[in-house]
Design a protein around this ligand. Structure first.
Ligand code: C5P
Length: 223
């Protein structure tokens, strides 16, 4: 039986996390935050002092992740790594930088493929990431590509961090967003590009509700 997938790809801070959560909640679908898997692997690499150049060891760390995603009533997901709530650690700059560094390792991407595809369960899945439409779910029913200017994305990330009680510096964030974009776009495996036929939305000047509405319209779902 065909289980529908909505692939939502784009750079960090484009709003795809929030939008994907809202879509999943509205449609009653499962949610895959694939970036969390890269971040979780990054956290394991950091905490277990694994050499990030050791591709096999990094892929191994991904296969050994003991992780539980607990959907919360507000649509957020609690992430437990070895039983520990790592919500804040996952968002730290150090973790983000390590995630984007190791994300260029083909062995790691391969190791995470099966894990990501396991999220595809009835009644459907909203998959949030960089390569959901281009690699992981090439047969997705709908492919969305969300973008926004780097400045707007840095501002959004800043607010997000402050809300979580994490100290942040906006110019530093902007620089790390630009660096990370560059790495994600130019890597040879699964570079960040819109999938063929993707519905591309620039959310810089749009509210969250407007973006959600555009996506629902695109999919032919009316509220
Ligand atoms: O989406 P998020 O910012 O949490 O992702 C963290 C990092 O993981 C990204 O910078 C990117 O390098 C990597 N990633 C990826 N493919 C995905 C999701 C995330 O390469 N599908």
């Amino acid at each position: 039986k065909h289980v529908p997938v909505i692939a939502v790809d784009g750079p960090s801070g484009s709003g795809k996390g929030t939008i994907s959560q809202i879509l999943a909640t509205k449609l009653g679908y499962h949610l895959l935050d694939s970036g969390a898997l890269y971040r979780l692997t990054a956290l394991s690499v950091i905490e277990q002092s694994i050499n990030p150049e050791d591709k096999k060891a990094v892929a191994e760390a991904a296969l050994n992740l003991d992780v539980v995603f607990e959907p919360q009533p507000d649509g957020e997901q609690k992430v437990l790594l070895d039983g520990e709530d790592v919500g804040v650690k996952l968002r730290l700059d150090e973790t983000s930088a390590m995630a984007s560094k190791i994300a260029a390792i083909p062995e790691l991407r391969e190791a995470l493929l099966t894990r990501q595809r396991q999220f595809r369960q009835e009644p459907g899945l909203v998959a949030d990431g960089r390569d959901m439409g281009t690699v992981v779910f090439t047969d997705a029913d709908f492919k969305i590509f969300l973008t926004a200017s780097p400045e707007i994305r840095a501002e959004r990330r800043y607010k997000q961090l402050i809300e979580k009680g994490v100290d942040a510096n906006i110019s530093h964030l902007l620089k790390s967003i630009i660096d990370r974009d560059e790495r994600d776009r130019t890597r040879t495996v699964a570079p960040l590009v819109p999938a063929e036929g993707a519905f591309v939305i620039d959310s810089s000047q749009l509210s969250i509700d407007e973006v959600v509405q555009q996506i629902l319209d695109f999919m032919g779902f009316s509220e």
